[in-house]
Design a protein around this ligand. Sequence first.
Ligand code: Z5A
Length: 209
Amino acid sequence: MGKFIVLEGLEGSGKTTVALYIVKILKSYGIKNVILTREPGSTPISEIFRTLIKYGKDGDQDPITSYAELLMFYAARVQLLENVIKPSLLKGIWIVGDRYDFSSYAYQGGGRRIDKYFIKNLSRVVLNNFRPDITFYLDISPKIGLSRIENKRKLDHIEKESMDFFNRVRLSYQALASENLNVVTIDASQTLNQVNSDVQYYIKKLLKI
Ligand code: Z5A
């Protein structure tokens, strides 16, 4: 069996950068079969949901409702889980996931204030409690995170949310990190070298080396 490693955090926390670093160090430790995934996305159907969720359809004519957004995230996730993640793990391939289920609790639960027990039930039914082996939560203030991505060309509709929204997302992430096993909080405001070295420590523990 491969292992499922997930990166979570606000935008600009460095998830994508750290995910690439994890792939690199896994390979250097002899784990050559590694797939990088992103959520929403990483299957043909999930990528369609990604575009739809991020940019909508036909501008303001048909704004995405909070529940439609939540359900689309789960539709994209279950496609990825059943068609890529589970079959790959069974073949001994490791998965490094840029976001997974905590993102929905943090953004749709914390940010959009959808009832967390509703999300929990939805998650239980759709994902059947399938969990990562380890989750790295890259903790950063929204101010620093958003400043790192401010030059991004086109902001999606979630990235245009208020500072209050992102503060609620961060608080939800911090609560999830303290309530759940196998979650490691990394201070993502450190230099990239420090962040990478913290992550490497836990990867070595996972590999028992
Ligand atoms: N979303 C949701 O609401 N519910 C869900 O269930 C799921 C997702 C799954 C996906 O956006 C959006 O969907 C996201 C949450 C929502 N929306 N928002 N807002 P995405 O996939 O387009 O992007 P993202 O996941 O938010 O990540 P990002 O913006 O690409 O950021 P990142 O991956 O965390 O950071 P990065 O690209 O690695 O780094 C950003 C820059 O910072 C880059 O220039 C790096 O070189 C730099 N960087 C990274 N680390 C450091 C350190 N330590 N110091 C200095 N600079 C650094």
